[in-house]
Write a protein that binds this ligand. Sequence first.
Ligand SMILES: [Zn+2]
Length: 90
Amino acid sequence: MGEQRKEIIRIDGIYHCPECGSRRILIRKQCVVYKVEDANSGKQLNPNTLKAQMSNREKAWEYDKASGEGVGCWNYECKKCGWYSEIYTE
Ligand SMILES: [Zn+2]
């Protein structure tokens, strides 16, 4: 029997840290990013143009549009004291 992690506290829709009471709560969630690679060379391709060049801006866009839907895996973390919750799944 391991030590039970404290659960996130939610009051009126606002998340609070169960350790220090801070509202500086982060959610870390797993998201799906679809990559396109050349099957033989393993080279990463731009998923839109299928060319090898991919700008940092395009990479950032892929990150931003990555969805957590269907993955359903996340945890909470306090930015102030470092507390973090267990991993929740849908
Ligand atoms: Zn805290």
